[in-house]
Write a protein that binds this ligand. Sequence first.
Ligand SMILES: [Zn+2]
Length: 406
Amino acid sequence: MNRREWLRALGLVVGASAKPTAAFGLLNGSQQPKPEPSSEAQSLTLADYEPKSMLHAQETALDRAAFPVIDVHTHITVSKKSQNGVALAAQRTYLGQPEELFSVMDRKNIRSMVNLTGGYDEGLTEVIAKYDKAFPTRFYSFTEPCYERFLEPDYPRIQADAIEHAHSAGAKGLKILKTLGLYLRENITSGKLVKIDDARFDPMWDTCGQLNMPVAIHVSDPIAFFTPTDRFNERYEELSNHPDWSFYDRDFPSNAELLEARNRVFARHPRTQFTVLHVGNFSENLDNVSENLDRFPNMTVDIAARIGELGRQPRRSRRFFDRYQDRILFGTDATPHGDQFPQQVFNDKLYEIYYRFLETEDEYFDYAPAKVPPQGRWRIYGLGLPQSILKKLYNENAARVLQISA
Ligand SMILES: [Zn+2]
């Protein structure tokens, strides 16, 4: 049996049902007599496969974090309108009302949520009034660039001024979605892609530095999104469920090109603080993230939606947390009612998993509240971080970056 037939037998080829000859008998080893495969085994496809671990492993229930949490990466509001990946409206869609969020926050010891996608102009003012001002210290909002006006000749100045207005309206920082580098084009939604280090954004980065407004920046995605969606892709199911998440081919830059353009921005704006989301956008390669942290003192990272990556390399991750304990921020990417993305759905279970990962030495557990691991079929191992690091991670580092009290 060649490799392809073997994968087919396991149901690893999409849409193919297993050949009756092998099915799971293959996994039993050759010494035992092979039982006749059941009809379910014959037709089992990868999507239906939900193996239950037989491991007798420690299960620690952690309802609350060891210290009050500042979640620096949430999406409580999002743009009302977007086209080809570019947000085009100041107006916001509200995903969770404050009162509804408090129940989870209070049960899970979440002191504050940072809503990164607060928008701009009147959309932002409304968000700040409803959350930040109505419930001080519980919510902080970030502004975002107004790409709608990108074609105006004076855009660099307009965008820099918009940062100043957002700052006086109460925005705590600037959020850059991967729009810049992967979606924004010369004619906004068509034409050539605009590079992350495009000079038209220089005044914006500088203004953030002058106003001490941190920039939360997301420029790339899991490295598997830049490779073909085939049987070798470790995020095959995730990409099959979300084909538009693939940046393989077409006119997209490579992951390396995106990170290099981002790094040129960091080098050019040393007075501006950048928090690179999702573990510096390269959680599969902590050596790369470490090199960049060493190179750029103006860089910090969050861990949002990447405990699946950190937790499958627990010894390397532990060294990473030890070394950069002052520069890692707690974030989850939590999205109220984001049920279609279990790795970031805002609920009790999500936070319990994060706390278990950071605080315990439990082994081989799910990184997301889902029947099938949504980002790839593996499980994770807890880091068992000491209290001194947990305190920094849960709130002190974020408080320093956001310039609020810990
Ligand atoms: Zn996010």
